[in-house]
Design a protein around this ligand. Structure first.
Ligand code: ADP
Ligand code: MG
Length: 454
């Protein structure tokens, strides 16, 4: 039966499509009116299901009227052979896979499905708008996606929230999967990585955990700052990382900070993370925001007046995610009420957002909040007193002024009783040191920051 179905598929879709997509399908079993077939990767599974799923189903039921459904599941066939150095691990890996295969044909060894995360189909290189702030990260990602050998290991992408790190990683994965479906590419968040690891610990299955990751060609871990402070995960991550690098596998990491500023990371891990190519994505510029609005409007086939685009690019400066969200709201509103997009309607739809994007934090506000928080007099922000209990809060306030406002060091110094810029610089350094040394203190600072930003 299967051979007949295959024959039909080949005739209908042609040799090329058949070879790339349908040939890897294997029949596992037919039971209780249910057909079960396997493919080696998740990507192939998704592709086959969306493009050929219906046809396969109808061909099967033509063959056998009792068949009511077709299941396509992922079963990796090629367990990659690790190099000689890990012979022991290799032997047990093979045993592991063999045992599972014998027990039940498709279910358990569902590796890619299990450890990776789904990719967003919108996050491709084509949909990524390149500008000054992200051109370097883009070029690096592109290079990694296009080369079959390891380029820079790891590629470390970092930048603030909503600036396109995840988008770029997915784009790399899509690109590789399209060009070379045999390569196993796994994308997952550091959070998920940690969750898997903890679960493996609980089921005393860390060996299988390691092997899963070590048989991957390209491993991408998103938001690695999440691992900060979680010692055993860091340890595991470090080993997995090293072993993949030693085997010449490509790794891509993202984080919200550069490797050297990652908090709660072990020194050796930090330096290892930074030893490939480190590419940062800067805050968006006006030009890039305008470009992104244009691209998204075009994608959605919506006419957005020039004035409105410019207005949005001026006003929504925080990050691309917010910008997208704002544009979506404006478009949705116009479509709902059935009117054209205008500057007035835009301002109205976005009034809440515009207010928060407009808000500028002042140094006076910071001084006031910090003084309250540490229970000192506001006047001590400007005074010459050097006692620790006033000097430290003053340093905190200077630090926050540097972080949360666009004032220069001399300007900040002036607002603190005419201090000089080196004093401010020293304060910033001091607080950064304390932050990484003392987690209680770091939390305090976070809290203050959040209060000021809200
Ligand atoms: P991050 O992972 O850095 O927090 P994301 O990759 O999730 O950010 O990006 C947030 C949103 O902004 C996504 O919807 C993404 O598609 C979009 N985006 C970010 N940068 C760009 C860009 N340069 N061009 C097009 N869309 C972008
Ligand atoms: Mg992200």
């Amino acid at each position: 039966q299967w051979n007949r179905v295959r024959g039909r598929l080949r005739d209908e879709y042609g040799e090329a499509a058949f070879k790339s997509w349908l040939n890897p399908l294997t029949l596992a079993e037919v039971r209780d009116g249910q057909v079960r077939m396997c493919v080696p990767t998740r990507f192939l599974r998704d592709w086959v299901v969306t493009h050929y799923g219906d046809r396969i189903r109808s061909l099967w039921s033509k063959e056998d009227a009792t068949i009511s459904g077709v299941d396509i599941v992922v079963l990796p066939t090629t367990a990659k052979m690790p190099p000689r150095a890990t012979l022991v691990a290799k032997a047990s890996n093979v045993a592991h896979v063999a045992a599972q295969t014998a027990a039940a044909p498709c279910e358990p060894a569902n590796i890619n499905e299990e450890i990776g995360a789904a990719l967003d189909p919108r996050y491709t290189f084509d949909n990524f708008v390149v500008g000054k702030p992200n051109e370097f990260a883009y070029a690096a990602a592109r290079r990694v996606a296009e080369s079959d050998t390891v380029s820079f290991n790891p590629l470390f992408l970092y930048g603030g929230v909503g600036l396109g790190k995840t988008h770029l990683m997915h784009a790399v994965a899509w690109h590789i999967r399209e060009r070379n479906p045999q390569r196993s590419v796994i994308y997952l968040s550091a959070e998920k990585f940690m969750y898997r690891f903890v679960r493996a610990l609980r089921f005393q299955d860390t060996m299988a955990f390691k092997e899963q990751f070590r048989s991957v060609d390209v491993l991408m871990i998103d938001d690695v700052q999440f691992i900060g402070g979680k010692d055993s995960t860091q340890e595991e991550f470090f080993h997995t990382f090293n072993s993949l690098v030693d085997q010449g596998r490509q790794i891509i990491i993202s984080a919200d900070k550069s490797p050297s500023s990652l908090q709660g990371m072990e020194e050796r891990l930090r330096s290892r993370l930074g030893c490939g190519l480190v590419a940062d994505i800067h805050a968006t510029t006006y030009e890039l925001r305008l470009g992104i609005i244009g691209a998204k409007a075009e994608q959605m086939a919506v006419e957005v007046p020039r004035k409105v685009s410019e207005f949005l690019a001026h006003k929504i400066t925080s990050n691309v995610r917010e910008l997208e969200g704002a544009l979506n709201r404006v478009i949705a509103h116009a479509q709902l009420v059935g009117r054209d997009i205008t500057l007035e309607s835009t301002q109205e739809v976005l009034h809440d957002l515009l207010r928060s994007n407009d808000r500028r934090i002042t140094i006076e506000e910071i001084q006031k909040k910090v003084a309250e928080h540490f229970n000192i007099r506001l006047a001590d922000m400007h005074s010459a007193r050097r006692a620790r209990q006033v000097a430290r809060p003053r340093q905190v306030a200077m630090y926050l002024a540097k972080q949360l406002t666009s004032r220069s060091l001399p300007e900040i110094g002036r607002k603190f009783g005419g201090r000089d810029h080196t004093t401010v610089m020293h304060a910033v350094k001091k607080i950064e040191e304390l932050r990484s040394a003392d987690s209680g203190f770091a939390e305090d600072i976070e809290l203050l920051k959040r209060m000021l930003e809200s």
